[in-house]
Write a protein that binds this ligand. Structure first.
Ligand code: SF4
Length: 215
C-alpha cells in the first residue's frame, strides 16, 4: 500500500520560478509548514486552512492519466519535507515514469536521502523573513549543479546578508544561485542593479506567475 500525503491544493499553471520557469507544470502543494515567514505568500498551505489526504498512487495516476505530455511536476508547500517518506515515494514513482520533478523546500530540514534526479530548489531564509536561524547550510553537500539555492530579498539588509553567504561559501561553485525580490516590496530593477554590482554569477528571478496573475 502506498503512503498518503496531506495536500493543500493541486493545480496546473505556468512555473514562475526556478530552473523550469516558464514551463507548463503540474503543482502538488503539500500541507503544513514548520516556519512562519513574515512575508509568507502561501498561508493557505497552513492551518487554519484545510487539506485533503491523497494516496501517493493516486497522485501518480493523476499525472499519468491527465498530464504526462507535460513532464514538469513541482512538489511544493508549505514545507513538503514534513512528509518526507511520502515525498520520496511520490518523486521516485514520477521519476521512474519519465517526469521531471522539482521539489521546493524552505531549507530548514535535511535533504539527506532524496533521489539524486529530483531537482531541489532550496531557500536560504533572509533576515526580513524572521526565520534565518532555521537555515541548514549543511544541506549544500546534498546538492549539485542542477539544483538551486534561492534567496528571497526584501531590502538591502537581506541583499547584504545573502551576498555575504554566497561569497563566503562560494555557493555558485556548487549550485545555481537565485535572488528573488519579495513581490510588491522590492523592485526587480533595484535588485538587478545590486546583482550587477556584485559581479557574481547570481541569477535574478522574478515570480513570473505573479506578473501573469496566475496561481
Ligand atoms: S516556508 Fe514557505 S510556506 Fe512556510 S511560512 Fe515561509 S513562505 Fe510560508
Amino acid at each position: 500500500m502506498s503512503s498518503s500525503l496531506k495536500v493543500s491544493e493541486i493545480f496546473y499553471s505556468i512555473q514562475g520560478e526556478g530552473p523550469f520557469s516558464g514551463y507548463p507544470t503540474l503543482f502538488i502543494r503539500l500541507f503544513g509548514c514548520n516556519l512562519n515567514c513574515s512575508w509568507c505568500d502561501t498561508p493557505q498551505a497552513k492551518p487554519p486552512f484545510s487539506h485533503k489526504e491523497f494516496a501517493v498512487n493516486d497522485l501518480v495516476r493523476l499525472w499519468k492519466e491527465n498530464f504526462c505530455s507535460i513532464p514538469f511536476v513541482t512538489i511544493t508547500g508549505g514545507e513538503p519535507l514534513l512528509q518526507k517518506t511520502g515525498v520520496v515515494e511520490l518523486a521516485e514513482s514520477l521519476l521512474s515514469l519519465g517526469a521531471i520533478v522539482e521539489l521546493e523546500t524552505n531549507g530548514s530540514l535535511s535533504l539527506e536521502g532524496l533521489p539524486k534526479e529530483l531537482v531541489k530548489v532550496v531557500d536560504v531564509k533572509t533576515p526580513s523573513s524572521g526565520m534565518e536561524v532555521f537555515n541548514r547550510l549543511e544541506n549544500l553537500k546534498y546538492l549539485n549543479d542542477k539544483d538551486v539555492i534561492k534567496f528571497v530579498i526584501k531590502d538591502e539588509k537581506d541583499f547584504e546578508f545573502s551576498l555575504n553567504l554566497v561569497e563566503k561559501l562560494k555557493i555558485y561553485e556548487k549550485v545555481q544561485v537565485f535572488f528573488s525580490p519579495v513581490h510588491g516590496e522590492l523592485s526587480p530593477k533595484i535588485l538587478a542593479g545590486w546583482i550587477l554590482k556584485s559581479r557574481l554569477p547570481i541569477r535574478l528571478q522574478v515570480q513570473l506567475h505573479k506578473f501573469l496573475g496566475l496561481p
